[in-house]
Design a protein around this ligand. Structure first.
Ligand SMILES: [Fe+2]
Length: 236
């Protein structure tokens, strides 16, 4: 857990900032049932519905991975090293926390690999600090904190990182974006199945049952750490 600061309470401010943005996405986190209901409600609901709620859902396509707020700690400036191994930042090697493989696929609503897309993740270090001025730039320099992975031909990605840790007001999570060229197709968060902090987390609690299942994945023992598989579905 992060240590408290003197003066103003940045952890509380951070918690509020991270939670603040989620109001914008409440509609976007609607369940399929709510979506269908919205479609039946008529044109007003259709106008209000976000663009990613495609008719493909009603046609039997895959359910899009739920969106969640970006939070306040997307890097202001990307690190010099942006590869998919967050446990090595340049020449530095990060040894704290529990190492994790996070891998999966990114497909469209028809299940086709999203050729050319890139997955980005960012998260705090094992002491709960982000590489961000809003968090005091206190993250361990050996922890890369942000990484990118291009999809392979089958739409697969893979990261080497930490099993995420909690910090004040948040259950463990990894922030995730999917981009296609300059287009941001998805921003969301990945949670750890069974973590006792999940039921107390405001953003996790607002997910419906299907949304929780989509974003909350088991981190199971694997070699010298743990491994999680996070399949992602986006509307391309
Ligand atoms: Fe966060």
């Amino acid at each position: 857990m992060p240590r408290p600061h003197r003066g103003a309470n940045p952890t509380e401010a951070r918690r509020r900032a991270e939670l603040a943005g989620d109001q914008r996405f409440e509609t976007a986190m609607a369940s399929p049932a709510r979506t269908r209901r919205s479609l039946l409600l008529g044109s007003a609901a259709l106008i209000a519905a976000p663009g990613w709620l495609s008719p493909a859902i009603a046609q039997g396509g895959l359910r899009p991975t739920p969106r969640q707020t970006e939070g306040p700690f997307y890097p202001v400036a990307l690190p010099a090293d942006t590869d998919a191994d967050l446990l090595r930042n340049g020449q530095a090697r990060y040894g704290k926390g529990q190492a994790a493989w996070v891998e999966g696929t990114v497909v469209d609503l028809d299940g086709r690999p999203l050729q050319g897309a890139v997955v980005e993740i960012w998260q705090c270090d094992a002491d709960g600090h982000y590489h961000h001025p809003g968090d005091g730039d206190r993250a361990d320099p050996a922890f890369q904190g942000f990484g990118r992975a291009a999809l392979d031909r089958e739409g697969r990605y893979r990261f080497r990182t930490l099993r995420p840790v909690p910090y004040t007001g948040r259950t463990p999570h990894i922030h995730v974006k999917v981009k296609l060229d300059r287009l941001e197709l998805l921003t969301t968060q990945l949670y750890v199945q069974g973590d006792p902090g999940n039921p107390r987390d405001g953003l996790w609690r607002r997910l419906d049952e299907a949304g929780r299942a989509a974003l909350t994945r088991p981190f199971t023992p694997d070699g010298d750490g743990v491994k999680a598989t996070f399949p992602i579905v986006v509307q391309a």
